[in-house]
Design a protein around this ligand. Structure first.
Ligand SMILES: Cc1cc2nc3c(=O)[nH]c(=O)nc-3n(C[C@H](O)[C@H](O)[C@H](O)COP(=O)(O)OP(=O)(O)OC[C@H]3O[C@@H](n4cnc5c(N)ncnc54)[C@H](O)[C@@H]3O)c2cc1C
Length: 419
């Protein structure tokens, strides 16, 4: 690339948001406008390829601002409204990637292949007349009032409009290593504190749950303050692993546990293995069972609700009670200890697994620093931001890509339309 090549719009980052921004900038700009996406990676789209276990969970059939954390609900809603899920479905269908809905509400390509999503986006970018340039790592950007100088490992480029779509810090080996925050900072933006989101949690290695590696169960996890106040709740599948907890519910609640723990070291993560029941309701049931005829054992009494391995470990290792003990013979303190473990087990989380294993980044450039009708920076004329670099992170289920498609498209249209 020759030094000083000049563009109408340059997009930094050719991930989900950046490719979307590139396509829509070109579709909206006057014919002949030169538009390109620069990416530091030698192969474009690594994160799209690994997403959804290689199938790419493109979006979710119902997406609301409540599915996200970070910036304010009404700010997120403003952007989501510009490209509803039906439009995402139509967009990919037009690119030759029909989507199918699974029972969970997640939408995947009918092909079950993330590669078809990436190839469709790259073809659309090419058809729109743009250049997508791998191995173009942007090291710095300066703004001189008329436009931007973008310094890459291949030389310097000039552009009128600049779109920052560098992602956050999750899975840094794909190229999203947080340099985008420094670039945004050099152009007048701030960022709220960042930490991993959608990340597995590490438990004390001596805890009995770790011995259940491979087992999955429906659990309600809650983050409670040091004083016992319930701060966040998440119900769903939790997978026990050799290091601790994974699976959708654990991943979803991780960003809340980390954020609260950063403010208060006494914050707890509690597990309710009977998600539909409180301590009192479960106690009432157990007492009724104890009073009914038949020598029901402690294990048999909770076995219907939990996988047997889990029930056995919870009783034996969690409370020290012999699982064969008839419930009628359970002392009141033992009964209450058992119910406590069943409905509010204090999980000894020591840390999260970090950005290497995180699917998203919590924190980032606040939406309050953008004009949300265009994604234009309020601090730097000609600059637009989109995707994971912003202070928005979604639940598991296609919500993060939906954010990338929406915000990327809006940034692209807005930059492209401007002369
Ligand atoms: C393992 C995994 C699975 C996931 N699965 C799903 C899923 O199924 N559904 C879902 O909705 N979400 C999923 N996500 C989240 C989703 O991938 C992200 O929300 C989304 O990719 C963010 O898009 P983005 O374009 O903002 O950032 P990114 O996809 O991170 O792209 C940013 C790009 O910018 C480039 N870049 C960064 N800095 C520079 C620089 N200085 N110069 C040049 N280029 C630079 C990077 O190389 C990268 O290509 C998953 C994430 C992970 C890690």
């Amino acid at each position: 690339m020759a030094n000083g090549s000049s563009y109408h719009t340059l997009v930094i980052g050719a991930g989900a948001a950046g490719l979307m921004a590139t396509i829509f900038a070109a579709r909206s700009a006057s014919p002949g406008s030169r538009i390109a996406a620069l990416d530091g990676a030698t192969h474009i789209g690594a994160k799209i390829l690994v997403s959804g276990g290689g199938r790419c969970n493109v979006t979710h059939d119902v997406v609301t601002p409540d599915d996200y954390a970070g910036s304010k609900r009404n700010q997120i809603a403003k952007v989501l409204r510009t490209f509803p899920v039906e439009d995402t479905i139509r967009f990919f269908d037009d690119l030759g990637v029909p989507l199918k809905r699974e029972d969970t509400g997640k939408l995947f390509p009918v092909s079950d292949s993330a590669r078809t999503v990436l190839e469709a986006l790259l073809s659309a970018a090419e058809e729109a007349g743009t250049e997508v340039m791998p191995d173009h790592r942007v090291n710095s950007v300066t703004h001189d009032g008329e436009g931007f100088w973008v310094t890459t490992n291949q030389g310097e480029l000039r552009t009128c409009k600049l779109i920052l779509a560098t992602g956050g810090k999750s899975l840094p080996k794909t190229g999203s290593d947080g340099l985008g925050f420094a670039l945004a900072g050099s152009l007048g933006h701030t960022a709220t504190p960042t930490h991993p989101a959608l990340v597995p949690l590490v438990l004390e290695q001596t805890h009995w749950l770790v011995s259940l590696s491979g087992l999955a169960a429906q659990i309600e996890l809650s983050v409670a303050s040091g004083t016992g106040k319930n701060l966040h709740r998440q119900r769903g599948a939790v997978l026990m692993t050799h290091f601790g907890l994974s699976g959708p519910a654990a991943m979803d609640i991780s960003r809340h546990w980390i954020a609260e723990r950063n403010n208060d070291p006494n914050v707890k993560l509690l597990a309710n293995f009977l998600p539909d029941k409180t301590f009192e309701q479960a106690e009432q049931e157990l007492v009724t069972k104890a009073q009914s005829k038949g020598p029901t054992s402690v294990l048999a009494s909770i076995n219907q609700a939990l996988p047997k391995r889990l029930a056995q470990a919870l009783i034996q290792a969690g409370t020290g009670i012999d699982p064969a003990t008839p419930i009628a013979r359970l002392s009141k303190p033992d009964r209450r200890a058992l119910l406590h473990s069943l409905t509010a087990l204090d999980l000894p989380v020591v840390r999260d697994r970090g950005y290497l294993f995180a699917e998203a980044t919590a924190g980032g450039v606040p939406l309050s620093e953008l004009d949300l009708s265009t994604m234009a920076s309020r601090n730097c004329p000609g600059l637009y931001l989109c995707g994971e670099i912003l202070d928005v992170d979604g639940r598991i289920g296609g919500y993060n890509f939906q954010w990338a498609w929406c915000s990327g498209r809006l940034a692209g249209i807005s930059a492209g339309r401007q002369d």
